[in-house]
Design a protein around this ligand. Structure first.
Ligand code: NAD
Length: 328
């Protein structure tokens, strides 16, 4: 099958309806508008988005109105609320816009996919997770540059519809990201290690540092600041993502505890930290040397496209342009 780079069309330039205008949803709205999309957003509280309308953004607090407009214009709906709020948002989508394409930005993917399935909305859903953020929350922290150069995971589960997939990937590219295709449960196992465990370790470091005399905090510099940065994130958000990924996070935590227990023994018995420090340095170097390549040979909709995308994503493949089958 011949492939070509996707030309702008209704799928890839669809209007965007963002539900939840905090750090991530607000940034999606701003980035989509900057990319030339028609985009509007809903937020449950007016105070939290004060100033957004004056700044020229199409925002409001009427969920039904936002979704009816999405249904009328065949918009891509982006769910950008914490996991505990996803069910109520899906209820509303089921009522007002059940045929629209849907994606989300929630930090866990299997739990969202299960909720979407319970609402009977799976055929029009492809999950997403922009791997970008800060420890700030709310519309005031939203930034159209937040996703520039970042990885944006786009779900490659077995039942993904190619048109919905292209539409979601296209939004990620419009926001300046590169797309990594990943299956939901595989995503959750991976982010348990590189995101959710670091959150728990940051909380631990913060507690240990602050539990000594005030002198310790008075001397704290770069390593304490960087190691504990994400501990200043909203506790509700951190809990939602960690608790929504309990099984994979428990395994990652077990691995970390084993390493720490062994390091403690080595330090107590041999006054040495050699094993942990040597292996840790080697692992960090692997992260720094990790290379990406562009996936250019998979066309959404072709036979085996999802398995091919997943295999490429696992090896470091990213998508920078959407490909469509050439006519003829
Ligand atoms: P945020 O606190 O900045 O914004 C959350 C938004 O959800 C707000 O607009 C809030 O009004 C809305 N909300 C909360 N509860 C609601 C409810 N019951 N009904 C309706 N709306 C509700 O948080 P955020 O960082 O933008 O996170 C949003 C989503 O993005 C979360 O699912 C999070 O896991 C995911 N995410 C966060 C980051 C990050 O670094 N913060 C990165 C990637 C993905």
């Amino acid at each position: 099958m011949l492939t070509a780079v996707c030309k702008p069309d209704l799928v890839t330039t669809a209007p965007v309806c963002v539900l939840g205008l905090g750090l991530i949803g607000g940034s999606v709205l701003r980035a989509a508008v900057r990319a030339g999309r028609t985009a509007w957003g809903y937020n449950r509280s007016a105070d939290a988005i004060a100033g957004s309308a004056e700044a020229g953004f199409d925002t409001g607090t009427d969920l039904a109105a936002a979704l009816i407009r999405a249904a009328d214009t065949d918009a891509l709906i982006v769910i950008a609320v914490p996991m505990p709020a996803v069910d109520s948002i899906l209820d509303a989508i089921g009522e007002y816009a059940p045929n629209n394409r849907i994606t989300d930005v929630v930090s866990v993917k299997a739990e969202v996919a299960d909720a979407v399935a319970r609402h009977g909305l799976s055929p029009r859903y492809v999950g997403g997770h922009p791997m970008a953020g800060t420890n700030f929350s709310g519309w005031s922290a939203a930034d159209p540059d937040l996703f520039v150069g970042a990885v944006w995971v786009v779900g490659a589960d077995d039942d993904a519809d190619p048109d919905v997939w292209r539409s979601v990937a296209s939004l990620a590219l419009d926001c300046g990201s590169v797309v990594v295709p990943v299956e939901s449960r595989e995503h959750d196992r991976a982010v348990a290690r590189i995101s959710h465990l670091p959150h728990l370790l940051a909380e631990t470091l913060a507690i240990v540092g602050a539990s000594d005399s005030p002198l310790a905090l008075g001397l704290a510099a770069g390593s304490f600041r960087d190691g504990t940065r994400v501990a200043s994130s909203s506790p509700d958000l951190v809990r939602a993502m960690c608790e929504g990924n309990a099984e994979a996070l428990t395994e990652a935590l077990d691995d970390a505890l084993l390493l720490l227990r062994r390091a403690r023994e080595e330090l107590a018995d041999e006054t040495s930290t050699r094993t942990l420090v040597t292996e840790g340095h080697r692992a960090r170097t692997r992260y720094e040397e990790h290379e990406r390549f562009e996936i250019t040979d998979v066309t959404p909709g072709d036979p085996g496209w999802l398995a091919d995308l997943r295999a490429a994503g696992r090896k470091g493949g990213v998508i920078r342009q959407i490909r469509v089958a050439s006519p003829g």
